[in-house]
Design a protein around this ligand. Structure first.
Ligand code: MN
Ligand code: MN
Length: 285
């Protein structure tokens, strides 16, 4: 992951974009600090830059860190996110966004929906994030997938890791046609799930059990192991064209345990997107 200098972004580029924004967090702030911490852990000498999937990220062509979106003006940040993602997508880049709280996925998806018809979303989270409004805020980090589905930004939304669904959100899921794989029903869904067309992965770090990822604002026991999330990234059937990693909260972390998990997931996501990118060029997908 090199800083993007004079190199041109094109269809062979995988871009890492930071979005240090947590104004829409309902419970505690902190995720704005995440992008820089995840980058630190990514480059930590305690590990190396080979992925489990056999890709050497140190020599991978076209992998760029394109910096952060300017989030200093809260009222214009959503527009700034959509604009920045849109600019990269126009060049056919694949993008992994580092949040930030989960509210950022709505402005990201606004840009993705323009680029990709029939977009599929796989959303990993303890929470469905389908509230019509929370704390009088329709753009809260508890609401993005209600906004995304109302605006028809995706053809299909599959959620997994869910273990906090309440009556209102169950109604919302039904109304908006969301497929909810509840944690209590086990992990068979991964083998059965197949996406036709492009897939965007939205990864809320609290999909993991707090034992594996304590650095999140909302500790919700009963979640995925790190290995299960890696399995999802590596085995998911579909053409992965973008992703976000959100809700890492460094203020709640211990000894960078959670940022190392986020960095590992980032590495495997890059390798997975690279694999899809090569297969696309060869006409497999
Ligand atoms: Mn979330
Ligand atoms: Mn969550």
């Amino acid at each position: 992951m090199k800083p993007q200098g004079s190199q041109a972004i094109d269809k062979d580029s995988i871009c890492i974009l930071g979005i240090p924004f947590d104004a829409n967090s309902s419970f505690s702030k902190g995720p704005a600090l995440a992008p820089s911490r995840i980058r630190e852990s990514y480059f930590s000498d305690s590990s190396n830059l080979w992925t489990e999937q056999g890709v050497d990220l140190e020599t991978l062509n076209g992998l760029y860190d394109v910096g952060d979106v300017d989030c200093s003006e809260e009222s214009s940040t959503f527009d700034a996110i959509t604009h920045r993602v849109n600019t990269l997508l126009k060049k056919d880049a694949r993008i992994i966004c580092l949040g930030g709280d989960h509210s950022i996925t709505f402005p990201i998806l606004k840009a993705y929906a323009k680029k990709y018809e029939n977009l599929n979303i796989l959303h990993l989270d303890a929470h469905p994030d389908l509230y019509d409004s929370l704390g009088n805020n329709r753009f809260s980090h508890a609401c993005p997938f209600a906004r995304i589905m109302e605006k028809k930004l995706a053809a299909r939304l599959v959620q997994a890791g869910i273990r906090t669904i309440n009556g209102h959100q169950r109604e919302q899921a039904h109304r908006l046609g969301v497929e909810v794989m509840e944690m209590k029903n086990g992990n068979d869904w991964l083998e059965k799930l197949e996406f036709q067309g492009p897939v965007y992965l939205s990864l809320d770090m609290d999909c993991l059990d707090p034992a594996f990822a304590p650095g999140v604002s909302h500790h919700e026991p009963g979640g995925f192991t790190t290995r299960q999330v890696l399995d999802i990234i590596q085995k998911l059937r579909g053409n992965l064209i973008g992703a976000d990693i959100v809700e890492y909260n460094p203020d709640r972390d211990f000894q960078s345990v959670t940022s190392m998990v986020a960095a590992k997931l980032l590495k495997e996501l890059i390798a997975r997107i690279d694999t899809n990118r090569l297969r696309n060029h060869q006409g497999y997908l």
